[in-house]
Design a protein around this ligand. Structure first.
Ligand code: ANZ
Ligand code: ZN
Length: 834
């Protein structure tokens, strides 16, 4: 028996055993309730970082705990394997993106295995595998048939550094989310997915996600940005009327001008007549088309020399174009109300446009010369609407416009359709062939997948793209057979991650995206764990995909993830751990030095799961000390305990009946700890669960094995005292096993168990044993006080007598003597007369 815990040999030993014996293969049909625990799959960047370790440790604790609770657990892992870094590596080093990705996957799998995560590796998927993206292409074709995928020419966010189009979501403060380069505008043909069709459902569905963090739901809700308002038409001489969308129809009588987006047809028409307007439109066209960009840019505009007729007053008002009006929102035109909108106010001040106040605070006055009054209130200077409240005016104005045929109520969304086209090489090709005669023809199902040519060499510095691979591009038209050209766009990598959780239920399924029966059994995912950085994009796209697939008749549920846990960041000295800051900590080094279990424990212990976690190596040392302490108690309990578990149940009964005070106390603590740890794990409070176990292990340190009491059980004389410690350790190890699985296995085996602790049922607690109160009982010999002891209130006289006789100090005075009489005063005193 080894004296010192050797994490290296133990971890290797158990990882080998788990793998050889298929411990973590998904149980199916064993009758257990299914539980699907999923962590966001990693991008194969090359090495595992601490953020991964945190994410996957949390998921693994849940997976192991649920197995112990009798669930059939699905806990898969795979690789989000397409994307730019692979291409950047190719550009820099001339390696093929496929090679680079494969090498990284191999490296990172080995790292994950070293951490002892209980994945069902037989279900591993990589999204760059043709057997995976084949089904993505197949789905794309279904979406195309249904009109859920379509192509249109649009202004796009162009990342000049990564040379690709970005989704609005990927533009942060006017810069590319990955490259950080200022984003430009370009007009090209793009593929879109009609997520906006689902805007209402995606928003309303948030209400059913009770086990999602509120913060994530708020972010999604803001992203969808549903706003209820009114649309109205301003007539223009000799042209189509300009429609505007407003959320404040109560301000309609305060309109000073109509402002259209630079791309609006009215602006384009004016540009033909007026060089000043033309110049303005050209300049505005080079700016990024994002809201954030618009918000921060200086407000600039130019009058078009056109006037519009106010739909209520019939007054003629000027039409302008300005850079703060987005063509892509509402109808690309606004009614400008300087008195009540900050942006309009700034614009009016700059260009000397009239400010007309029409809404007044319910009480008090407002000095409109200092800025806009944006609140609601009572209407004045508003003709037929005078005296109405803002809310009342909303309805009246809407009704009026409707009855006049000049507008009515309207709802707008911030959410735009999802542009999925990327002009890059390392992605899933869009399965379409463009034919001069037939147009855009989907690749027939039997010709899928459209494989990405992998055996290409890009020379260093060259931007890899499918368009440059002539052998890929030229193809016969599937409809008429004429020479045609393949679409050279690849899909946004967020498309792959929008359905990977479905593929895991049957990763080798060949007749479709997934086996429907399996999907019924496992989905929706019971618990999803991942970073809050995916609060909007990935989670919204996945929610959209599941709904789209439902409407295509492919699955039977609405929401992909029933519960979501977003773990906090890993920081070092308060700063985010990142390669660019050079403050990363290599998990491998820590595993080597302290063992995977200590690393896992530290990650769980150092902070609540949702909060950020500041790295410090001392913390890991603390964890390995904790494990050592428990290891030492184990050694102690082994030297005393007869390794025979035949009598375990009987012994437990005996301890309940005859155990000494300290046994009661330890037992009570064990039961209390099981209850606490169970509740904590259920609520993801892993840090306090570990703290509770540490307290218990401290109590073991105070537990004395001297003054032992022996009882006859069967044909053995067994020490109740040692048994008590032994059984406390058994329970502790079981509770610890989801978090420190290797250590738990090793100790469990050492304690004489044949079956792996990962196959054990989660320990139960006995509430009747928790927190029993004690009283001080005096032990006397011949009327002289020799000792005191804390005994459980209500302990039997028989127990008091046994406890007294077994007390060390009492023993000294009675040993070898004949006991004549024992007087017990219940709950107070035992006097032994010798
Ligand atoms: C007049 C008005 C008066 C407005 C007022 C606000 C306050 P949300 O809530 O985000 O939907 N707007 C409409 N279309 C626009 C576009 N294409 N580009 C830029 N701005 C646009 O915002 C709706 C408001 O945003 C609308 O209500 C409109 O300004 C502006 F006291 O109309 B409002
Ligand atoms: Zn054709």
């Amino acid at each position: 028996m080894p004296e010192i815990y050797n994490h290296k040999t133990a971890e290797e030993k158990w990882q080998g055993k788990w793998e050889r014996e298929g411990f973590h293969k998904t149980a199916s049909g064993s009758g257990g309730k299914p539980f699907y625990i999923l962590e966001m799959f990693p991008y194969p960047s090359g090495r595992i970082h601490m953020g991964h370790v945190r994410n996957y440790t949390i998921g693994d604790v849940i997976a192991r705990y649920k197995r112990a609770r009798g669930f059939d657990v699905l806990h898969p892992i795979g690789w989000d394997a397409f994307g730019l870094p692979a291409e950047n590596a190719a550009i820099q080093n001339g390696v093929s993106p496929a090679e680079w990705t494969k090498t990284n996957i191999a490296q990172m799998s080995a790292q994950l295995k070293k951490l002892g995560f209980s994945y069902d590796w037989s279900r591993e998927i990589a999204t760059c595998d043709p057997s995976y993206y084949k089904w993505e292409q197949w789905l794309f074709v279904r979406m195309l048939e249904k009109g859920l995928a379509y192509r249109k020419k649009t202004f796009v966010n162009w990342d000049p550094k990564d040379k690709t189009v970005l989704a609005n979501e990927q533009v942060i403060d006017g810069k590319g989310w990955r490259s950080g380069a200022p984003v430009e505008r370009r007009e090209i043909e793009q593929w879109f997915l009609r997520i906006s069709d689902y805007a209402d459902e995606l928003l309303d569905g948030l209400g059913s996600l009770e086990r999602w963090p509120d913060s994530v739901k708020t972010m999604q809700s803001n992203w969808i940005g549903r706003s209820a308002g009114v649309e109205m038409e301003f007539e223009i001489e000799g042209a189509k009327p300009v429609r505007v969308f407003t959320t404040r129809p109560d301000t309609v009588m305060g309109v000073s001008c109509v402002v259209v987006a630079p791309e609006h047809p009215v602006a384009a028409a004016a540009a033909l007549r007026d060089e000043k307007v033309a110049a303005f439109v050209r300049e505005a066209g080079s700016l990024p088309a994002t809201e954030a960009g618009m918000e921060s840019a200086e407000k600039k505009g130019v009058a078009l020399g056109v006037s519009a007729r106010h739909p209520v007053s019939g007054e003629d008002i000027p039409v302008w174009t300005a850079n703060f009006v987005l063509m892509s929102y509402g109808s690309g035109a606004v009614m400008c109300v300087p008195a009540h909108d900050r942006r309009d106010f700034d614009f009016a001040v700059k260009y000397g446009i009239a400010v007309r106040q029409v809404v007044f605070p319910p009480e008090g006055d407002f000095d409109i010369s200092s800025g806009a009054y944006t609140g609601e209130g009572v209407l004045k200077n508003s003709g037929p609407f005078d005296g109405l409240s803002s809310a009342g005016a909303f309805e009246r104005v809407a009704d009026f416009l409707k009855s006049e045929g000049r507008g009515g109520r309207a709802t707008n969304y911030r959410l735009r359709d999802w542009g999925i086209s990327r002009q890059r090489y390392w992605g899933a090709p869009v399965p379409v062939i463009h034919c001069a005669g037939c147009g855009a023809v989907p690749v027939p199902d039997e010709d899928l997948p459209v494989c990405l040519p992998e055996d290409v060499k890009f020379s260093p510095g060259e931007i890899p793209s499918l368009a440059s691979l002539e052998s890929f591009v030229s193809a016969p038209c599937p409809r008429c057979g004429a020479d045609a050209r393949r679409d050279t766009d690849t899909m946004d990598t967020f498309v792959e991650s929008s359905w990977y959780f479905l593929r895991y239920v049957s990763p080798d399924f060949e007749e479709g995206m997934f086996d429907r029966e399996e999907a019924r059994r496992w989905l929706p995912v019971n618990q999803y764990v991942g970073g809050v950085e995916h609060a909007i994009l990935h989670l919204l796209y996945s929610r959209f995909f599941v709904r789209a697939m439902r409407d295509l008749g492919l699955c039977d549920f609405d929401e992909p993830f029933s519960a979501l846990l977003t773990q906090g960041m890993v920081t070092k000295d308060g700063a985010k751990m990142s390669k660019s800051l050079g403050n990363t900590v290599d998990p491998d080094e820590m595993i080597e030095k302290y063992g995977a279990d200590a690393v896992r424990l530290f990650i769980l212990f150092a902070a609540p799961a949702e909060k950020s976690l500041d790295w410090n190596e001392k913390g890991i040392e603390g964890m390995s000390r904790f494990l050592r302490r428990l290891w030492n108690h184990t050694q102690k309990s082994l030297t005393y305990y007869l390794q025979d578990d035949r009598y375990r149940d009987e012994l437990m009964e005996l301890i309940k009946k005859y155990g000494s005070t300290q046994e009661f106390t330890l037992n009570s603590k064990v039961n209390e700890t099981i209850e606490k740890v169970t509740e904590d794990i259920e609520n993801f409070h892993f840090n306090t669960a570990i703290a509770a176990m540490m307290e218990l292990v401290n109590d073991m340190g105070r537990f004395s094995l001297t003054g032992d009491m022996f009882v006859d059980v069967g044909d053995e004389r067994i020490s109740t005292n040692t048994f008590c410690l032994y059984s406390a350790i058994l329970k502790t190890v079981q509770m610890l096993s989801p978090m420190a699985p290797h250590f738990a296995e090793e100790v469990w085996e050492m304690l004489g168990n044949k079956k792996s602790v990962s196959l054990e049922e989660w320990p139960k607690w006995d509430s009747s044993l928790i927190g029993s109160e004690t009283v001080e009982v005096v032990f006397q010999v011949n009327g002289k006080t020799r000792a005191q002891a804390q005994m459980e209130v209500g302990a039997s006289d028989e127990l008091l007598e046994i406890a007294a006789k077994n007390n060390d100090r009492v023993k000294k005075h009675i040993e070898g003597k004949e006991i004549k009489k024992v007087i017990v005063v219940s709950g107070k005193l035992v006097n032994i007369v010798v």
